[in-house]
Design a protein around this ligand. Sequence first.
Ligand SMILES: NC(=O)c1ccc[n+]([C@@H]2O[C@H](COP(=O)([O-])OP(=O)(O)OC[C@H]3O[C@@H](n4cnc5c(N)ncnc54)[C@H](O)[C@@H]3O)[C@@H](O)[C@H]2O)c1
Length: 375
Amino acid sequence: MSRLYKHRFKHRFFLTTDHFIHTLRSTVVGSPAKPLSDCRKHRKVFLMTENILITGGAGYVGSHTCQALAAKGFLPVCLDNLINGHQSAVQWGPFVRGDIADTSILDRIFSDYQPKAVIHFAAYAYVGESVEDPAKYYRNNVAGSISLLEAMRRNGCKNIVFSSSCATYGIPERVPIPEDHRQLPINPYGRSKLMIEQIIRDYGSAYGIRYAILRYFNAAGADPQGRIGEDHNPETHLLPILLQTVLGRRHYTEVYGTDYDTPDGTAIRDYIHVSDLASAHILSLKYLAQTAQGLCVNLGTGQGRSVTEVIQAVRQVTGKPVAYRNVGRRPGDPPSLVAKADRACSLLGWKPDIVDIREIVATAWNWHRSKEERT
Ligand SMILES: NC(=O)c1ccc[n+]([C@@H]2O[C@H](COP(=O)([O-])OP(=O)(O)OC[C@H]3O[C@@H](n4cnc5c(N)ncnc54)[C@H](O)[C@@H]3O)[C@@H](O)[C@H]2O)c1
């Protein structure tokens, strides 16, 4: 048995807080120990905290949410199999390397940390790959989520915040897209997210699981202080691809379609800063603590930006030229995906802070540049 599991939840208050955190950091699988002096600043936070299980917390949105949770006094307990995540991004709480399909790991985490809620990011999220290998997506995303929900039931954890996607809408009939828009996803990735939404609702009605379903539009940007950022491999998102091009990591960026029925002919998306996404998760936890009713909201700015506008913003922020090529439309790419975003405001009191695309680009550029300097 790993040393981690000897420190049962019921025993933790018998250790000094500093010592406990130091022990956690030095015993979780592969997590580097930090000197006690580094951990001391967490002391007050830990004593007043609630533990939250973060699946996929070593990934892009998950790690930024862990950072925001810690800043608000929660202890994010990260479960990630590192298939696409980075251990270096887990900086704000204990890390357990493992899979959401592994029932024994889940039971041990629930027993050791007794999390008040789960924020469920862990998933595969490449649309093209989901078309080529749908089984991989249904197994990991759908079956993995059922494994997690069953562990919640077994262990009496009643609250879940789930990362859903605007991909569940498919090709929209109207834009901006409201939450009650019909959901007709056009690829297995989107269908896997819709299935999980439906399963979570059924678990809500039958077993009293309280849920917040958050449908993200296009997550973008990085921690404004530059400690973590977007680091997918392969990268499929426009902004990091443009920045990799500026940094000479790619010869050019491919622009998919310049003949859409949009003002400049390129596709329009709603870019939402990752720190604003993170804050919506914290507000969702508060909502779940106060309200029995399930929540389902879009997370976007309500403003669309075309590919050309993003390229211009990258030029302005970096002061460098951006090489790109028009390569024609990709099948299944809608011309415009923009959120009707007022429900999150009215139900959660959430409002994105960073809406100027240049500001979003600046935070991403800051992180990409510092990463480049480190490597
Ligand atoms: N990034 C976006 O623009 C966006 C938009 C809409 C929805 N989402 C959803 O938000 C979530 C997070 O997205 P992201 O961009 O941070 O992705 P990401 O790939 O950076 O993070 C996902 C994390 O989950 C981990 N993971 C995957 N399968 C796992 C498993 N079976 N067990 C344990 N860990 C596992 C990966 O290692 C990774 O660290 C995903 O569910 C994604 O579908 C993202």
